[in-house]
Design a protein around this ligand. Structure first.
Ligand code: GGG
Length: 351
């Protein structure tokens, strides 16, 4: 099969990891009779500085015809953080109905967790993050700026459609995996949105009688991701809680540089988007040492979504092989001193 993929490298280390990962994706594709055509769009904060907008007015229309999007990172130290998010990544997720965000947090063999009790293979969590609503719905306002009565409101939005979609996706995954699902909320303090969320989980659970549901408040879940990460399997959470928990998951499994994600339109009417969980990391931009593995693993999730299981497995397995090999190159986030390019070249050699 042949696929048109839009590349949005974005800001900071985004272009470094996307440029390194794409030849690896191409190699896995070619070895498995998959044809990939890429089109690169240099949208991001530099464009915002030059033109006042992160992407062109018809940017979303241009992306609509692609089979998938591979995204790098956004964020720049010279602009408030909401500008790049509101100008690029969040509109893409919303316009293309990418309600379901899948974020695996896996401790690979050969990778050291900062939690010394755990070894490769001990942690394998799959977080389902609702991806278009909650506190990220862009509902709110600010009044009386600069006065003593200044007020800011940021509302959290939960619709039945999106909540059912994320919850059902999590139950489906739990059915295929261990049959255990952890539902993370803050229902004790948010009696409208989060209790609604719990109600949806209870309703959908009736369709999955074999899945055992554990309920955790997000504060306890954050603690337990550090205290007993090996006991989690599939986790479902709102946009904000999922965003935070997956950073915790990434760090307990060794590095932000290893955490991939998939932003999926469950209706498959629009392109889905794949991106490393990490941000633009301006502190290491231009040094050539950003870890490309989260982007390569995101490419694996992309091929899996496109139905190209062989290419998906080839990418996941080659990353696992490299990490398990103590003589393989590693970037500094994993304790090595190799470059992004050396890691990507080694992956291509293994493929
Ligand atoms: N590669 C993902 C990225 O650039 N993340 C920046 C960020 O802060 N994202 C927030 C989010 O994923 O909602």
């Amino acid at each position: 099969m042949s696929y048109d993929i839009a590349l949005l490298p974005g800001d900071g280390i985004g272009p470094t990891v996307v440029d390194a990962a794409v030849p690896v994706l191409d190699a896995a594709a070619a070895a498995n009779d998959v044809d990939v055509e890429t089109t690169r769009y240099d949208w991001g904060t530099q464009r915002y500085f030059d033109t006042g907008a992160m992407m062109p007015e018809d940017g979303l229309d241009r992306l609509a015809s692609f089979d998938a999007i591979l995204f790098g990172a956004v964020g720049h130290p010279d602009v408030p953080d909401h500008i790049p998010l509101d100008g690029l990544i969040l509109p893409i997720r919303k316009r293309f109905d990418q309600t379901v965000c899948r974020r695996p947090a896996v401790l690979f063999d050969g990778v050291r967790s900062p939690l010394r009790a755990y070894e490769g293979g001990d942690i394998d969590i799959l977080v389902f993050r609702e991806n278009t609503e909650g506190e990220y719905a862009d509902v709110g306002g600010r009044e009386h700026r600069g006065f003593a009565n200044e007020v800011a409101v940021q509302s959290a939005v939960y619709t039945r459609r999106s909540t059912e979609r994320i919850v059902r996706a999590a139950f489906e995954a739990a059915t295929e995996r261990s049959g255990h699902l952890t539902n993370v909320t803050k229902s004790n303090a948010q009696a409208h949105g989060m209790v609604f969320w719990d109600d949806i989980v209870a309703e959908v659970s009736e369709e999955y009688p074999d899945v055992d549901v554990e309920r955790l408040l997000v504060d306890a879940a954050s603690m337990d991701f550090v205290r007993r990460p090996d006991e989690f399997d599939v986790v479902v959470a709102s946009n904000l809680f999922g965003d935070i928990l997956t950073d915790v998951g990434a760090i307990v499994t060794g590095s932000m540089g290893l955490a991939p994600s998939a932003n999926i339109d469950p209706g498959n009417d629009h392109p889905s988007m794949f991106e490393p969980v990490h941000g633009s990391a301006f502190d290491i931009m231009g040094e050539g040492v950003a870890n490309p593995l989260a982007t390569v693993l995101s490419g694996s999730l992309m091929f899996d979504h496109l139905g190209e299981e062989a290419a998906a497995s080839a990418l996941w397995d080659v990353v696992a092989d490299q990490l398990a090999d103590e003589n393989a190159p590693r970037t500094p986030d994993l304790g090595g001193d190799s470059t992004t390019e050396a890691v990507a070249t080694d992956l291509r050699g293994r493929l």
